[in-house]
Design a protein around this ligand. Structure first.
Ligand SMILES: N[C@@H](CCC(=O)N[C@@H](CS)C(=O)NCC(=O)O)C(=O)O
Length: 281
């Protein structure tokens, strides 16, 4: 391996703005809004501000699953936050998520509206509010939350680590690709072993832990995030592929994947169930 570098870190790190970078409008070492922009508010109790990345899809999958079991209060408006255009730094968005990342949500059934950010926090809020897709007590709840938080702790290695260096960095450097591929394969093996003895991650019941982990690791093995299916040999994790495929084909999951996806296969915004029905025809 030869990733030799002459870079010597200075005593104090300085920000050198890289206007050439694909992420120039996103990457900044400071938080807070860059511009004034109110968030739109639609007619439903729940207002989602998001994009169909794996973190965004988790929430729309859960909302569609809640609607599919008849929870009418889960009707929602989904507004597009285009992170490549810097929408996450608009003043209204920063008010509901000071961390400037999608997804963020506001529940207008309370006065003032309740803001919720961090995808697992949004999932738990919704699952508890509608008493569905989360065990409400005991060891089943503990298991579900363990896996939900496993996802939150693990996926940054997949997206920010492996995905960044394998697909987005300006060059292919062996050291970080190797380090993160090793970790992701370890994570895939964790899931594969767990799923060898049960249908869903926490047992027989499908819940928010499955939805959260599916959005990252399920989509990785079914559709192949970062064009890395072959490199990571994802087909060898047969229990994981079986579980992921079952979730991938659920009608609500198919609907959820399409929301806040500004392309021919999706809809940029969702304000009514019929927006998705129209796409499915
Ligand atoms: N831990 C956060 C991560 C959210 C996140 O990283 N969102 C990305 C898109 S997947 C984002 O908004 N990036 C925009 C940015 O970094 O400026 C969550 O789970 O909600």
């Amino acid at each position: 391996m030869d990733d030799s570098t002459t870079y010597v870190p200075p005593k104090i790190w300085q920000w050198k703005e890289d206007k050439e970078s694909k992420f120039a409008s996103i990457n900044r070492p400071i938080s807070g809004p860059t511009h004034d922009k109110e968030l739109p508010v639609g007619k439903h109790p729940l207002q989602l501000y998001s994009l169909a990345t794996p973190n965004g899809v988790k929430i729309t999958v859960l909302l569609e699953e809640l609607l599919a079991i008849g929870k009418e209060g889960a009707e929602y408006d989904a507004w597009l936050i285009n992170i490549s255009d810097g929408d996450q730094f608009g003043s209204g968005f920063v008010e509901i998520n000071p961390n400037s990342k999608i997804p963020a949500m506001a529940d207008h059934t309370t006065t003032p509206p309740t803001r919720i950010f961090e995808s697992a926090s949004i999932m738990l809020y919704l699952a508890e509010k509608f008493e569905a897709f989360v065990p409400l007590q005991g060891s089943e709840r503990a298991e579900c939350l363990s896996w939900l938080f496993w996802q939150m702790g693990s996926a940054p290695y997949l997206g920010g680590g492996f995905g960044h260096f394998y697909a987005y960095a300006p060059e292919k450097w062996e050291y970080p690709i190797n380090r993160y591929a090793m970790e992701i394969k370890r994570q895939l093996d964790v899931l594969d072993r767990e799923l060898s003895s049960r249908q869903f991650l926490c047992g027989d019941e499908y819940n928010i832990a499955d939805m959260a982990i599916y959005s990252w690791y399920g989509q990785l093995v079914v559709t192949g995030l970062y064009d890395s299916k072959e490199f990571l040999d994802v087909d060898s994790y047969t229990n994981l592929v079986r579980w992921a495929t079952e979730i991938h084909n659920r009608p609500a999951v198919k609907r959820g994947r399409k929301v806040n996806r500004p392309s021919a296969s999706g809809i940029a915004e969702r304000h009514d169930a019929s927006d998705l029905d129209a796409l499915e025809k």
